[in-house]
Write a protein that binds this ligand. Structure first.
Ligand SMILES: *Cc1c(COP(=O)(O)O)cnc(C)c1O
Length: 399
């Protein structure tokens, strides 16, 4: 054994699997068994109270699910990990573990649509005070924190205009007022961004997106210290939003190529963003890798790559979107993201479907905004595909 640090790409392939292999197989088995049998009553008891390693019942733990958790833990450089049926379950269970009536949470206006619904619809019902600040306004977040805060909840880059928040600065500000600092790292991915290194307490992901990468399994995961993760695990094992073993297997398999996919998706997004900037019909391009992005410098400091997500707005608004998107041959028009296929969708039908046009305008989301999750196709083919779709729209517009 050497003490050399194992690289992320090696961890993506090998990490977390060894303890779960069986029968000499080289791949982690899918253990579908709901319960585990014991002949020795004392051993059963010791496992049940956590004194000895093992499994009792599928809602609590499962070997395939644990292999998935261990791989994410290694990729994020965390002490502990626990998993959930979906990304939203990771978010709701984590918040429910730590918040009690009378607490105050500070976050940003641009969180994922479902998360935003928790903040505006469900938490206020539990007498939890929610303060949502303009995304990217660091001074405003710091001012809110000084009024008292149990949890500072961050997400960067955000959906759909890829706004950037300074993670290290916010973690420090949060800790100064004794807040627990939590971040949704779904867009960042462990390959491009490791918020635990920037001082964040808990990092969560919708594993459904980039971690799985193949749009065929739902899941969520949380990483951080033993002490904090254990509390959320306890909430989840009792309340029941457990990851399915088959989903864990698919996510585990997807993660073996995470580093390759993210590298390619980040490269493709950068090239597509630059191409889009050259088109007359395109009004604005939002991508943290562009020097025109207002927080490009922060992104450059805290991200190893700028990621596969970008968005752009087109002249002619919704009408142009309606003509343009169906013409793309190599893009799914769908609500998910992070898959190997390029995926596109208007913000008004995907991330911000629950808002009115006025609300979207107030959030800086034009009606003609298109979100792109870049896939791993050859970039020349993606650009040619967008080019022919633009040509079609320009012909229609000139008629
Ligand atoms: C999709 C998504 C979620 C929710 O994840 P599900 O697996 O769909 O429940 C949370 N945060 C972000 C940033 C997402 O993109």
């Amino acid at each position: 054994m050497t003490n050399k640090k194992i690289h992320q790409s090696t961890q993506a392939v090998w990490g977390g699997e060894k303890d779960y292999l069986a029968h000499g197989a080289s791949q982690v088995p899918v253990v579908l068994s709901v319960a585990y049998t014991y002949d020795d009553m004392d051993e059963w008891y010791d496992v049940a109270i956590g004194k000895k390693k093992g499994h009792i019942y599928g809602r609590n733990t499962n070997p395939t699910v644990q292999a998935f958790e261990d791989k994410v833990k290694l990729l994020e450089g965390a002490e502990a990990a626990t998993s959930f049926s979906t990304g939203m379950a990771a978010i709701s269970n984590t918040l429910a573990t730590f918040l009690v009536p009378g607490d105050r949470i500070v976050s940003i206006k641009d969180t994922y649509g479902g998360t935003n619904k928790i903040f505006t619809e469900f938490l206020p019902r539990q007498q939890i005070d929610v303060a949502l600040v303009d995304t990217g306004n660091h001074e405003a977040i710091e001012a809110e924190l000084k009024k008292g805060c149990k949890i500072l909840y961050l997400e960067t880059p955000t959906n759909p205009t890829v706004k950037i928040t300074d993670i290290a600065r916010m973690a420090k500000a949060g800790h100064e007022v004794g807040a627990l600092v939590i971040i949704d790292n779904t867009f960042g991915t462990p390959i491009n961004q490791n918020p635990l290194e920037d001082g964040v307490d808990l990092v969560l992901h919708s594993a459904t997106k980039f971690l799985g990468g193949h749009a065929d399994a739902l899941g969520g995961v949380l990483v951080g210290s033993h002490e904090l993760v254990e509390q959320v695990y306890h909430y989840r094992e009792i309340n029941g939003a457990t990851m399915d073993p088959m989903a864990a297997y698919l996510l585990l398999r997807g993660m073996k190529t995470l580093h390759l996919r993210i590298r390619e998706q980040s490269k493709n997004a950068m090239a597509l963003a630059k191409f889009l900037q050259t088109k007359d019909i395109v009004e604005d391009v939002f991508y943290p890798g562009l020097e025109t992005h207002p927080n490009h410098d922060i992104a450059k400091r805290q991200m190893k790559g700028f990621g596969g997500m970008l968005s752009f707005s087109v002249k002619g608004g919704v009408d142009t979107v309606r003509d343009l998107l169906p013409k793309l041959q190599y893009a799914n028009r769908a609500a998910n993201l992070g898959a190997v296929e390029t995926t596109v969708g208007p913000a008004r039908t995907t991330s911000h479907v629950e808002c009115t046009p006025e609300e979207r305008a107030a959030m800086g989301i034009p009606e003609g905004l298109i979100r792109v999750s870049c896939g791993i196709e050859e970039i020349e083919d993606i650009i040619n595909d967008f080019e022919q779709a633009f040509q079609h729209v320009e012909t229609v517009m000139n008629v």
